[in-house]
Design a binder for this molecule. Structure first.
Ligand code: PYC
Length: 322
């Protein structure tokens, strides 16, 4: 790691490793992050949210981060598993993150902390997920159980007319548009973003939620694949307004749950999900103890080892965007 120039006692250094999973970045915090303490995993996340939210912003907001970055803070687990992890982005905290799970495994392997092949279990705010590291870059994770919550929800979206979709859980809450399967072209990302933002706003305005009033913060459009080795292509709007460059692990889980509920995806059959970028996850639903769990395979690559500096004299040290 680089030397610290002229070290000053109040400087804060945060060591991170950056990677991308099928195009979507993950930034794993190695040191300099907050201690989330003890107690239930849920209480640790609340501590992060209520007492260390400025740290989240330092990591993923300008000028050190970007709107598409997902941070991953490793922490002590409560369950008897290898590690806990809390994923976060430019608006807050994620329940689960599929591309991030693959990024964490590849990062830990890059550091020599885990070996391949091997199976590792991680505790997330929504439950324990397990992940098989096949090689330096390839991972299959088994997500939390996913399901369709509501089918055929109709919405009148200002400027877009009637939109129909399903509400499903894949570790985050999704609205999956089902009545439009037009081509999803990278060149159309601004228009796709506007459309999905309008859908999400209307869901909020109408008070349409996931189970127990949970906010639906991801919107997923589906279209025909462009790759010959894919079954479908998606565009996923993430909570902060950026689109997922990867095929979205939790979104692919939600999609597979809906396909299965409609009798269009058998247990064990492959679902090859292409992203709007043209990258791909390969998923399937596998039964364990009578419950179907999504498993998703994808690859990640480390893009940098960095030490972020927080200089106490920096006038923009807190929240440059207000
Ligand atoms: O892969 O689950 C995912 C994900 C969620 C938000 C960004 N990526």
């Amino acid at each position: 790691m680089a030397s610290h120039g002229n070290p000053r006692p109040n400087d804060r250094w945060i060591r991170v490793i950056d990677s991308h999973t099928e195009g979507e970045p993950t930034r794993v915090i190695l040191s300099g992050g907050p201690d989330l303490g003890s107690g239930s995993f849920a209480s640790r996340v609340e501590r992060f949210r209520n007492h260390h939210d400025d740290f989240r912003r330092l990591i993923v907001d300008e000028p050190r981060g970007s709107p598409i970055a997902v941070g991953a803070l490793l922490c002590a687990p409560v369950a008897p598993v290898a590690s806990g992890v809390v994923f976060f982005n430019n608006t807050g905290y994620l329940g689960m993150c599929g591309h991030g799970t693959i990024g964490v495994l590849v990062t830990l392997h890059h550091l020599g902390r885990i070996s391949a092949p091997g199976t590792y279990r991680l505790e997330t705010p929504v439950g324990v997920v397990s992940a098989d590291l096949h090689s330096a870059h390839e991972v299959t994770f088994t997500n939390v159980a996913s399901y369709r919550h509501r089918k055929d929800v109709d919405l009148e979206v200002p400027g877009y007319g009637r939109v129909r979709g399903d509400i499903a859980w894949g570790g985050n809450w999704f609205f999956l548009v089902t009545d439009s399967t037009t081509e999803l072209r990278l060149a159309d990302v601004p228009a796709l973003t506007d459309r999905t933002v309008a859908i999400r706003q209307e869901l909020r305005r109408k008070g349409i939620t996931g189970a127990d009033g949970a906010e639906i913060d991801h919107i997923e459009l589906s279209g025909p694949p462009q790759r010959p080795d894919a079954d479908g292509r998606n565009f996923v709007l993430c909570p902060g307004g950026a689109y997922d460059r990867s095929p979205c692990g939790t979104g692919t889980s939600a999609k597979m749950a809906c396909l299965h509920a409609d009798g269009e995806l058998a247990e064990g059959a492959l679902w090859r999900q292409e992203s709007v970028l043209g990258t791909r996850f390969v998923g399937r639903l596998l039964r364990r103890d009578g419950i179907l769990y999504p498993t998703i395979r994808g690859s990640a690559y480390v893009t940098g080892e960095t030490e972020l500096l927080v200089d106490q004299d920096d006038p923009l040290i807190r929240n440059p965007q207000g």
